[in-house]
Design a protein around this ligand. Structure first.
Ligand SMILES: NC(=O)c1ccc[n+]([C@@H]2O[C@H](COP(=O)([O-])OP(=O)(O)OC[C@H]3O[C@@H](n4cnc5c(N)ncnc54)[C@H](O)[C@@H]3O)[C@@H](O)[C@H]2O)c1
Length: 290
């Protein structure tokens, strides 16, 4: 989607951090903005900051874990600007510092409700608004580099699980929107300087990670830089948006481990064909046994 000027974007989790960085970058690219966030006061401040730079903006207090609330944000977007073109499903909460075994069900429900169901609600209620005007558009889902591996020693399994889900949802959505003029990207940031871990603390979600507002991460970049990357990806129809490459080796090690396990399955199937009929390979395409 090359021409963003005069078109409309809706960003969830827009009152702070990465969402605000993306909203600012989209406004600078000439888009009208709908800012959606759970917290009214920071939302008002974000609204004022974008309007002060000349952006046309409306803000809607929204709980992405509530489908009706997300649908209402879509109605507000159409009421204010006529059409919706870009959807950024970005709202998210932390769940770090809690071993999987110890996290109580209500915390699982809350983090899944925001990080996974929030994205699903956006796709369900708002993607049809982009489809119906026929001018094309783009959906960006915020996952994380944690959508590709579980960082050891941080007890962030619950968080990573939700971000793996966002990567899978985005890969599916890309397949399902092919040829429709609607692009899809999955934003997979490394550490970004935002109040994420403080917000997580406020929601009671960060367990032993609570004490450290940085989440213990170094190399954090500014949300504005992430916003610029997202605008570039929308314009160039990039699917995976990474902000850091420093953990490439960890991702590669995980992929190598999976490849090795597939090799073992392959070897087992070939080597023990006679012993294990259930693993026998299907015939070759020409019908001859392999
Ligand atoms: N900060 C990082 O290092 C980092 C890295 C990778 C991915 N992320 C992801 O980026 C996204 C944004 O996080 P951030 O770092 O900007 O944090 P942030 O806390 O600054 O922003 C998150 C925003 O989401 C809002 N929000 C929370 N629950 C909501 C709900 N139910 N409905 C609507 N809004 C809600 C919060 O009010 C807040 O304004 C999240 O999905 C997070 O998982 C962050």
């Amino acid at each position: 989607m090359q021409d963003l000027t005069g078109k409309t974007a809706l960003v969830t989790g827009a009152a702070s951090g990465i969402g605000l960085g993306i909203a600012g970058a989209l406004a600078r690219a000439g888009m009208h903005l709908v800012l959606a966030d759970l917290r009214p006061d920071p939302l008002e401040q974000a609204h004022a900051a974008i309007a002060a730079n000349g952006g046309r903006v409306v803000s809607v207090v929204t709980d992405v874990s509530d489908p009706a609330s997300v649908a209402a944000a879509g109605s507000a977007a159409e009421q204010a600007f006529g059409k919706l073109h870009v959807l950024v499903n970005n709202a998210g909460v932390a769940m770090h510092g809690i071993p999987v075994e110890q996290a109580p069900p209500e915390i699982w429900r809350r983090v899944i409700g925001v990080n996974v169901m929030g994205v699903i609600h956006g796709i369900h209620a708002l993607l049809p608004l982009i489809r119906r005007h026929g001018e094309g558009g783009h959906v960006v889902n915020t996952a994380s580099i944690s959508g590709f591996f579980v960082r050891e020693g941080r007890n962030q399994g619950g968080y990573a699980m939700t971000k793996y889900a966002v990567v899978a949802l985005s890969e599916a959505l890309e397949q399902e929107t092919k040829g429709s003029g609607i692009g899809v990207s999955v934003l997979c940031p490394g550490p970004v300087r935002t109040p994420f871990f403080v917000s997580g603390t406020a929601s009671g979600l960060t367990g032993t990670a609570r004490a450290d507002p940085t989440g213990g991460f170094t190399g954090r970049i500014e949300p504005e830089a992430v916003g610029a990357r997202v605008v570039h990806a929308i314009r160039h129809d990039e699917f995976y948006i990474f902000t850091h490459a420093n953990e490439r080796a960890v991702v590669q090690a995980r992929h190598a481990r999976i490849a090795a396990a597939l090799d073992r399955a392959d070897a087992l199937a070939r080597g023990s064909n006679r012993l294990k009929p259930a693993l026998r390979l299907s015939p070759a395409p020409d019908g001859r046994p392999r």
